[in-house]
Design a protein around this ligand. Sequence first.
Ligand SMILES: *[C@@H]1O[C@H](CO)[C@@H](O)[C@H](O)[C@H]1NC(C)=O
Ligand SMILES: *[C@@H]1O[C@H](CO)[C@@H](O)[C@H](O)[C@H]1NC(C)=O
Length: 561
Amino acid sequence: MWLAWLASLAFLPLLTSASTWHGFWYDLGIFGAHPTLDYKSFDIKAPEINIAHWDSRCEDGYVLLSPRGHFYPEPGPLIYDHLGNLIWIERKYGMVMDLNVQRYKGQDYLTFWVGVDDGTRGEGSYYMLDSSYEIAHIVSAANGLKGDVHEFKITDQGTALMSIYEICQMDLTPVGKAADGWVYDGLFQEIDIETGELLFEWRARDHYAVNESFMDVGEKGTAPTAADAYDYFHINSIEKKSDGTYLVSSRYMYSITCISPTGEILWILGGKRNMFKDLSGGSATDFTWQHDARWYSDNVITLLDNGANEHTRTSDHSRGMMIELDFENMTATAIRIYDSPGHFSSHSQGNLQVLPKTGNVFIGWGKPSAYTEFTLDGELLCDTHYGPSMFYWFGWVKSYRAQKVHWVGKPSYPPDIAVDEAKRTVYVSWNGATEIAGWVLQRALLPHAPDSEFRTIDYFPKTGFETQFSFSKDTTGYLRVAAVNGKGEELGYTRVFEGNSGQIVSPSLLPPSTLEDRSIQEFLLAACVMAAIILVMWKSKSSLPSLYFRMRWWVRRRFHV
Ligand SMILES: *[C@@H]1O[C@H](CO)[C@@H](O)[C@H](O)[C@H]1NC(C)=O
Ligand SMILES: *[C@@H]1O[C@H](CO)[C@@H](O)[C@H](O)[C@H]1NC(C)=O
């Protein structure tokens, strides 16, 4: 009997494609908790993904992750294309959180949190990288406080909202603990990005009692010390509406709070102080341990209902939600639900985004290493795993949030190359460059020949993060590879190598500086000259006209003109 079963098992792989089987073993964890792809021309490994479900309606946009976890040795920000091909990975910032693309003064920036964390909360600041991956701004919290991992949101007014956890003293007798106990207060600040000025601050302690929390106080608060602080509110998302009100999610209160521009609570959805009548038989207000509350329209909000925390499950599985609110009659209706594929639970983290262009709903599941895209109506389109689904519960590879965005990356560093001399094979890649359509092999007679002497001898379309091709035995002279865009414009050059030996002989280069760069250089030169004149005027205590005459006199004497 079992022999027949074994025999049929042997034939099973023939019935389905090899890639399906690869995905099956991947999700079982046969390739390990953190399957990676590595490259010849680039030394950072990226998580290999498994596309469990695919639909061409997910093609628009890039996916942003900030993976970390026990089996993710070198955390950092990461960008994939829609097929899971690596676009950018960086480890110089260490572990980051909440990678996103946000618009500030008409420019797109990659934004993320950098700092130290305790696994739940963090103390740090927020980085903004421009399209060349250079740091353009670092935004910090005010009043000596430190920015937390959960939120950094740039508003339409050019300000930034950030979450902050501050250890404060609070009366814990309502939860049966010390009167002089300690809590993690949940704050948010609104900061002017340009000046760093504090514009607004709100703290949970002024508005929420400790006994409104669903987080078990446990052993916390028995000893009245700051090290024993009880995280009772757990702020995890903040958003500002155009009317100046703020939307705040508290995971441990199960509540979404709308706050007036002066800090008063306008309404609360969910939790012990819920103010809405539930027209969906309870499911519009019974979300638990939720994340990422956002406005979808003037009266519809979205959130990720985790339905579980690290220790317990309060509902069968996690789901995205769209909830319609009626402020006249104070009613709430769950108008759309996005169930986790296979009904798994996300015990922590995660987010939900409605994509502006396609209207699709994109969910990052947080602790489970997966992101999923649905149509607005809830049809599952794409489901992608960046770690085996077998280990979702452990959070060995996870990302606090996942975002789908448009992004143009033009790195300020040149492309990378590796040459396998024995196989006469070239490997090229350019970490972060989004404009590459293909690679052009170029040849010159001298290793340091000017650009004009490099002649194109072959073209290879880009295939994934790294493109590989071979070059013929009798290619003499010196070779390099240029990255080209869809119009055939050259974007950057790899190092030059000798055609015969494959030996690398010169560094990689960017194209000669463009007019824009030159005008910056000229501006800098002019600024230096101005500074020198001011310095001379100040030192010689003379006015500009007298300085001019003195200089003219000096030039005439010196050069006899
Ligand atoms: C919290 O405790 C106060 C008294 O300390 C009580 O008046 C209030 O009803 C309690 N709230 C909840 C939600 O249990
Ligand atoms: C509020 O309820 C009343 C009575 O049921 C109804 O006529 C009205 O349309 C409701 N308001 C909104 C905004 O739906």
